[in-house]
Design a protein. Structure first.
Length: 180
């Protein structure tokens, strides 16, 4: 086995400790990538104003079936960027970065969701950010360098209603238990 093969195997079997919880990253990959440069070469002329950027980040996770592994999931991190100058699209870039991960059996099931949508995107973000920077650079623009993202805050904002509902249910259950 070559050094490159050994390094690749080590990466695929990397174990990530997230909050003391065992996770195994089995593989990482670009699921989808696109770059549109609809007004090139006019949009590439020197001396033009810096375009306005609209960047969106989303995460999703889905279970995968496997005979040998339990708690196996695919996590997708999507980063989309639209650059506009004076209302005209300069470029559109999107990368969907996938990670296949298994969560240790000792991790309670109610912790799977936040692990998959906070910890794994936090791990994957630098890779997806670099790909996006490279594609915008290859498109003729300066690399799009994104600041770090607080995935916990994104998670809390996205699932605030479900979290509040679960907390209310837990409070009811605690109240009922103390009455008995």
């Amino acid at each position: 086995m070559s050094d490159a093969d050994q390094a690749n195997q080590a990466q695929q079997n990397e174990t990530l400790e997230a909050g003391g919880l065992p996770l195994t990253i089995h593989t990482q990959y670009v699921r989808d990538i696109s770059f549109e440069n609809p007004n090139a070469p006019d949009s590439l002329r020197a001396g033009l104003n810096v375009p306005d950027m609209d960047v969106n980040i989303s995460m999703d996770a889905r279970p995968l079936e496997d005979e040998d592994l339990e708690n196996l999931f695919e996590v997708g991190l999507t980063i989309s960027a639209v650059a506009k100058r004076d209302g005209i699209v300069v470029f559109v870039a999107e990368v969907i970065y996938g990670v296949v991960v298994s969560i240790g059996e000792e991790v309670p099931e109610d912790q799977h969701h936040p692990i998959l949508l906070i910890e794994i995107p936090r791990y994957a973000f630098p890779f997806a950010r670099q790909i996006l920077a490279n594609v915008t650079s290859q498109g003729g623009y300066p690399p799009l360098l994104l600041n770090p993202v607080d995935f916990q805050t994104l998670y809390m904002e996205r699932f605030k209603d479900e979290i509040a509902e679960a907390q209310a249910e837990a409070s009811k259950g605690e109240g009922a238990a103390s009455v008995q």
